[in-house]
Design a protein around this ligand. Structure first.
Ligand code: 13P
Ligand code: SF4
Length: 310
């Protein structure tokens, strides 16, 4: 990264009392700029507790929206407004309304990879690191709608033994991570351990030693005794894994596991965001209040049972 860009970012951050939150899939030079780098749950928790006046969110739009829902009085900026998550765009509010009408009385759990409108129609949110816990927190006899990721939903259903009503969403990046790629790497590195993200296909998940969120993978890699670890998620995570564990070897299951939207953010755009205070992410108040309820319930999971009914 050009020194002048980095210096200017540091200077503007101080002047504006800004914080930079970056997801684990960001490019290396953006991760280096982050005051906090983490998974969706960690980023939501940071956004909920930050004392900064300005949050520059280096990730995709639903993540910045989440920060704005939790912090209506702060200025939330995304350096590229086109950085969208295609999975979140696979479920529009009308489709969820129709699903709810077909299953009255069902508790709606929505993966945080969803629009603010979808969150507002849901009872509780989850991320990949707490989805099992969130579903386990729901009274045993309640039907559950789980949207939008059908693969995460299938994994959570298997782990909890709960029958979940699923939709058709998926991550175009994670479905490229195939069991045959893992089989080939295991042939070359029989001692290697395999970590995969629960957004992967069923056959891919079956081959894993560990199924975890990106933050869960970071923690697992630190503690594992394995010398070689095969990583089944978006390739951006490899930077952090290698930085933190120079004595271990990390192999991507496939170099094709790239999320083009995550790669839209670059240091220059972070600088422009701070210079021009754009692009602001703000959720309309009518949607925000309802969406916040679902997020707050997620953030306090374990504390109270989750009722149905919006
Ligand atoms: P994590 O919460 O595991 O970081 O996942 C976010 C995501 O978008 C996965 O594709
Ligand atoms: Fe969305 Fe997949 Fe990109 Fe994650 S990796 S932000 S789920 S498209």
């Amino acid at each position: 990264m050009k020194r002048s860009v980095q210096d200017r970012i540091v200077e503007l951050k101080k002047r504006l009392n800004a914080v930079i939150l970056a997801h684990n899939y960001q490019i290396d030079s953006v991760q280096e700029l982050g005051d906090y780098v983490g998974d969706s749950l960690g980023l939501s928790r940071q956004a909920a507790r930050t004392e900064a006046d300005v949050i520059v969110f280096c990730g995709v739009l639903f993540m910045a929206e989440t920060a704005s829902i939790l912090n209506p009085d702060k200025l939330v900026l995304i350096p590229d407004p086109e950085a969208n998550c295609p999975m979140a765009q696979m479920l529009d509010p009308d489709r969820l309304r129709a699903l709810k009408e077909r299953h009255p009385g069902a508790v709606v759990v929505c993966y945080v990879n969803s629009t603010a409108e979808v969150k507002a129609l849901s009872d509780i949110c989850c991320t990949s690191s707490n989805a099992v816990e969130v579903v386990e927190s729901i009274e045993p006899d309640r039907p559950i709608i789980f949207v939008p990721d059908r693969h995460l939903g299938r994994y959570v259903a298997e782990q909890t033994g709960r029958e979940l009503i699923l939709d058709k969403g998926f991550c175009p990046t994670h479905v490229r991570i195939l069991p045959e790629h893992i089989a080939e790497l295991k042939r070359l590195y029989p001692e290697a351990e395999v970590m995969v993200h629960p957004e992967c296909l069923a056959g891919t998940v079956r081959m894993a030693d560990v199924v975890a969120s990106t933050g869960g993978m970071v923690r697992y890699a630190r503690e594992s005794d394995a010398r070689v670890i095969i990583v089944g998620t978006e390739v951006g995570l490899l930077y952090r894994l290698r930085e933190e564990n120079p004595d271990k070897e990390f192999l991507p299951v496939t170099p094709a596991a790239v999320c083009p939207n995550m790669k839209r953010i670059m240091p220059e755009k972070v600088l422009w965001a701070l210079e021009e205070l754009k692009y602001e992410v703000k959720v309309p108040e009518a949607v925000r209040g309802q969406a916040k309820r679902a997020l707050d319930r997620m953030l306090s999971v374990g504390a109270q049972p989750v009722p149905a009914g919006g």
